[in-house]
Structures are given as structure tokens and as C-alpha cells.
Design a protein around this ligand. Structure first.
Ligand code: 6PG
Length: 248
């Protein structure tokens, strides 16, 4: 599947393009299957996307949209580091989405318990048997300075976990657990969109997109029968071969 990289002038426009892609896929999913399933990314970059969705895409059929999370920090939902809290404050509390359509990682539980609970939520929603993989309509991902994505960090055990859908992943450098979707789940999605913004990501983005460099977790995201789209703003994309704002 070809990798699409779109370099976008600035962060505000990046958020607009990402929100429009969410909208486009949501309408298509609801029309074709009666519902739309999305896994949100954590971190800072998606916050502007979520705020824009809340401000400018209220008319979506939010009662048909099911929100999951790609990963979560091992903290309770009201903790400042919680990805759920970030998504709630910027989006979920501002649109008419039913509570039961928000499928959060119960990271207040013990790590293994939170992973098993989330796996159960996936199995129930996607009607999965033990060895089935869910097919998300859309997964938003970010890119860490070390090349991690979701909570698949360099050197962590979840990188090689190809049998679980959700992993409780010990991250040595952060001295904490993270709960994360695994590569097979990311690679069964219909569409994966990376959101990358800012000067600080320029080095890692050019390294991750350099063919054959195969060192970074984010390179493990290669949807088997889905679309992979990188949305990067000009600052993040400045080291890419021809950082002119165009579709490659
Ligand atoms: C998290 C994310 C993580 C994030 C990257 C980029 O829980 O932190 O899921 O994978 O996307 O660390 O984060 P920024 O957008 O903050 O640079």
C-alpha cells in the first residue's frame, strides 16, 4: 500500500485537513455500515484537531460515532496526563456523543487488568473471537521524538507482541506502564492517519520515512489492506526530500 505524505503549511491547516478527513470517513462509514469507529491519538498534536471537530463538525451524526483510544497513560481519567481527559476536554464533552459510544481505556486499573478490560471492550463492539482483529475505520497516530507511536516505544516488549490486541507495555525510559493497541490492530485498520507537527519532529519524521531505515516503531505501521496517510506541517516536514506543500 503506497504511503501518502501531505506537507501542510501550518498546524492550524493540518488540524483542518485532519478534521475534514475524520468527517469524510465518518459520513462514509455511517452511510455504508450505520456506524463509524475511530481510535484517537494522545499527546499534544491532536488537541487542535479535536477542538476543531467540536467547533466546526457538530452536525456529524455523533450518535453513530464510536470513539476508542490508541493508547493511554497509566493514570486515572481525571489526571492531567490522561489522553481520555484531553479528548474529553477538547472534543467529547462538546459534541452530542452518547456516553456508551466512548470506549475508554480504564487505566485506573492495574496495567494488565486495564489491557484485558479494553480487549473485552473491543471484542464486544467488533464481535470478535479470540484470534480476530478489529478493523477500525480510522486510527489517528502521533510520532514521538524517539520514533514511538501510540505507546509502542523503542525497546519495549509490545513491539513484538503479535498475538494480543491490547498490551500493558512497560516503558523503561518513562519508568511506567502504558496501555496500547498493538501493531496487528493498527495494521488492520481501514485508514491510519499520522499527525506530525513542529520543528522538533523534523529529524525523526525524515528518518522514519527514509525507506529501509527500519529502526523506529512508527515504521511498523503498514496497514495490510488500508490507507496510510502522513499529515505533517511545514516545520515537521522541512527535511523531507521536497518539502513543498503538495501531495506526494
Ligand atoms: C501518547 C501518544 C503518543 C503521542 C506521541 C506524540 O499517549 O503520548 O499516544 O504516541 O502521539 O508521543 O506526542 P505529541 O503530539 O505530544 O508530540
Amino acid at each position: 500500500m503506497p504511503v501518502e505524505v501531505k506537507i501542510i503549511p501550518d498546524n492550524a491547516t493540518l488540524a483542518r485537513v485532519a478534521a475534514q478527513e475524520f468527517h469524510r470517513l465518518a459520513e462514509a462509514g455511517i452511510q455504508e455500515r450505520g456506524r463509524f469507529s475511530v481510535a484517537l491519538s494522545g499527546g499534544n498534536t491532536p488537541r487542535t484537531v479535536y477542538s476543531l471537530l467540536a467547533e466546526e463538525h457538530k452536525e456529524l451524526s455523533w450518535d453513530r460515532i464510536h470513539v476508542f483510544f490508541g493508547d493511554e497513560r497509566h493514570v486515572p481519567p481525571d489526571h492531567p496526563d490522561s489522553n481520555f481527559r484531553m479528548a474529553s476536554e477538547s472534543l467529547l464533552s462538546k459534541v452530542p456523543i452518547p456516553r456508551e459510544n466512548v470506549h475508554r481505556i480504564r487505566a485506573e486499573l492495574e496495567p494488565e487488568g486495564a489491557a484485558q478490560d479494553y480487549d473485552g471492550q473491543l471484542a464486544e463492539f467488533f464481535h470478535l473471537n479470540d484470534h480476530d482483529w478489529p478493523r477500525f475505520d480510522l486510527i489517528f497516530l502521533g510520532l514521538g521524538d524517539d520514533g514511538h507511536t501510540a505507546s509502542l516505544f523503542p525497546g519495549s516488549s509490545a513491539l513484538s507482541d503479535v498475538s494480543s490486541r491490547v498490551a500493558a507495555n512497560w516503558v523503561e525510559k518513562l519508568k511506567t506502564f502504558r496501555i496500547t493497541l498493538t501493531f496487528p490492530v493498527l495494521n488492520h485498520a481501514a485508514e491510519v492517519v499520522f499527525l506530525v507537527s513542529g520543528e522538533s519532529k523534523a529529524q525523526i519524521l525524515s528518518a522514519v520515512l527514509r525507506p529501509g531505515a527500519g529502526k523506529y516503531p512508527a515504521q511498523g505501521v503498514q496497514p495490510e489492506s488500508g490507507r496510510l496517510l502522513w499529515l505533517a506541517d511545514q516545520d515537521a516536514g522541512r527535511l523531507l526530500p521536497s518539502a513543498t506543500p503538495a501531495t506526494r
